[in-house]
Design a binder for this molecule. Sequence first.
Ligand SMILES: Cc1cc2nc3c(=O)[nH]c(=O)nc-3n(C[C@H](O)[C@H](O)[C@H](O)COP(=O)(O)OP(=O)(O)OC[C@H]3O[C@@H](n4cnc5c(N)ncnc54)[C@H](O)[C@@H]3O)c2cc1C
Length: 523
Amino acid sequence: MCTTSSLHSHEDSVILPPIPSNDDTSADPEVWDVIIVGGGVAGSALAYAQAKDGRRVLLLERDLSQPDRIVGELLQPGGYLQLKKLGLEGCVEGIDAIKVYGYALFKGGQQAVVRYPMEGYSADVAGRSFHHGRFIQKLRGAAASCPSVTVRQALVKKLVNDKGGEWQEGEVVTGVVYRHLPAGTGPESAPVERSARAHLTLVCDGMYSNLRKHLSTPKIAHPSFFVGLRLTGCTLPVPGHGHVVLARPSPILFYPISSTEVRCLVDVPGEKLPGDLPAYLRATVAPQLPDVLRPAFLEALERPEAIRSMQNKLMPAKPLHQPGALLLGDAFNMRHPLTGGGMTVALSDCSLLVDMLRPLPSLADAFGTAQQTADFYTRRKPLSATINTLANALYKVFCYTGDAAQEEMRQACFDYLALGGICAAGPISLLSGLNPRPSVLVQHFFMVALFGVGRLLLPRPSLRGLYMALALLAVACRIIFPIIWAEGVRAVFFPALAPKPVVSATAGNGGRRSSSVGVLASS
Ligand SMILES: Cc1cc2nc3c(=O)[nH]c(=O)nc-3n(C[C@H](O)[C@H](O)[C@H](O)COP(=O)(O)OP(=O)(O)OC[C@H]3O[C@@H](n4cnc5c(N)ncnc54)[C@H](O)[C@@H]3O)c2cc1C
């Protein structure tokens, strides 16, 4: 369950009109080309792109009003490029989005600025930060503007097979059962259960997905919470940049969400929030903030109803390739939100999938479509593995555990980035989604570790220095290897060699084909 505080009113004073639900089912085709479950980042972008490719799309979203969430507020430049590739760059216009050019890092009294390497890109290419809800309404609006998209307010309950029964493993997914939630009030707007059939069902129902268990083998970890506050009346020390404070016990983020507001996200490690959260924020967090941001932070704390929280989730992608359906977005793969990579991965996956489906004149043959998309999960790996590994590893490096070697690694990471040049450009280009190369990430990770080791051994190695250097290397290995293992060793280092799924068909009932589908190993 979302742990967002229920006490707040809508945080955003700019509420865009709700996207109208098309509640007239009389014109629905017998079989849609594509049903999309969830009208968030991935679902809305896919609906738009599929419609542009001439498909008839049913987009089912359980709540078409403007979302009020503290997620998905900073889009990396790589994500913006994907948005542009999908033809959706207009969705960051007219919502008071702010261009983001890099990050400012703070540790103790030190500060470093790391800029995205934007040489060679057009002037519009930069990160963007905004109110999540406004962005989502723009994406949904773009999808709804396509004549071949039907947007409907509906809660999808289950996947169905070709006989209209509940889908079981080994069968072809042929559509969904949904609870239609028509807009308005009165008897005609009472919820009603319906089903819809499609050649392809794309499941994008987000981090709390209840359908993912059918299409993947999810293993979810809960490292921490993000506690969100909206600051007003303050200017960031480095305007147009995300800000990361390497605090104790874990990092704190600041970034603009409009020309007058700044989002603060405080990471709180563990599976439970402190009992008295405002007291924790006042006593532990506030003293560690840059001086210029503290007054606005303390002022926001005066409105405890405005303190919001979300549990952060990590989930490596472990898909099962079932003909007739595909899983995308957070339903499929999650990483720590520290580096703001989720939307970039989701949009990049959408863009890749759309490219792979485009050559098919029809999606009617579920097995043909499954064959066509068989190596989707391999081809997505360079970008997703880079962003996931970086996010999860950086989070661990930035946490203060009290261990001296871990602190050496944390300091080495800060100092390495502060060096600038290739030391800053390499990691930030990975984080931005502009350079999706996991092996480069691993190289930089160990360069940070060796940089730390070098400092411990120079100018003259001592016994303690040697001990700390070995301990630092051990910390680095303990951080990076389990993450690489979870992402898949082959996927990280040799994506071309990652195994492909086998999708085969056998004759089934009444000449219909039933499925015999290989499980896709994500490694
Ligand atoms: C605290 C936090 C901060 C984050 N910050 C960033 C950031 O700054 N930058 C970034 O890139 N990423 C960030 N992320 C990650 C980012 O929010 C996600 O990766 C992104 O929203 C995923 O998009 P999605 O389409 O998969 O899911 P969502 O955008 O969540 O969309 C899912 C949609 O499905 C709908 N839905 C769910 N179930 C059903 C159902 N049964 N039937 C019909 N509809 C349904 C939901 O209502 C929702 O609209 C953050 C995540 C967290 C937790």
